[in-house]
Design a protein around this ligand. Structure first.
Ligand SMILES: [Zn+2]
Length: 179
């Protein structure tokens, strides 16, 4: 599965909110869910609150904790598209353009753009991004929090054809502050 080169491909790869959530889940827990508190391997997804709850100790955590998507009220799919637009176009769209394309408010677009471009700017020395698949977990971490879960994907790992999900960064996933 190639990374999305076109909007059509993007829509095919990430057709729904659940698909996006699954991508993040697989990056965060490539070998399946593991409770950060007790190590249990089963969890429920609390859809209404967007949290995972450990089936054993009932610890609750967010899939996006520690990433630039943390505590967002914007759909994951909208974020995916924003990142794709900002990372894969030669001239990154302005906040106003992003607002139009994503159908979000100007303020939300500005905040999303700032978070994504800030994360991108942190990869100094990297060649120009060729696509969202090259975003790695360090990339999408919220500012100031770079701790990583033990055994999490390497910050430098890139997408390869053998990986099931392509998109964003091995980790909007791995790094975590609040878990
Ligand atoms: Zn637990």
């Amino acid at each position: 599965m190639a990374h999305p080169k076109t909007l059509i491909e993007f829509m095919e790869l990430y057709p729904t909110e659940d698909a996006c959530r699954q991508v993040i889940f697989e990056h965060r827990w490539p070998d399946g869910f593991v409770c950060p508190r007790c190590g249990h391997q089963r969890a429920w997804y609390l859809r209404a609150r967007g949290l995972y709850e450990c089936a054993c100790c009932h610890h609750q955590g967010s899939l996006t904790a520690g990433t630039i998507l943390a505590r967002t009220r914007t759909d994951l799919r909208t974020w995916f598209l924003a990142i794709w637009l900002l990372a894969s176009t030669k001239k990154a769209p302005s906040a106003a353009e992003l607002s139009r394309q994503l159908g979000v408010t100007a303020k939300t677009a500005w905040l999303m753009r700032r978070k994504v471009t800030h994360a991108m700017a942190r990869r100094r020395g990297e060649p120009r991004l060729r696509g969202i698949v090259e975003l790695d977990e360090g990339f999408l971490v919220a500012g100031g929090c770079e701790r990583r879960v033990a055994g999490a994907a390497s910050a430098t790992r890139r997408w390869s054809p053998s990986r099931r999900s392509t998109l964003p960064a091995a980790a909007w996933a791995a790094p975590t502050c609040s878990w």
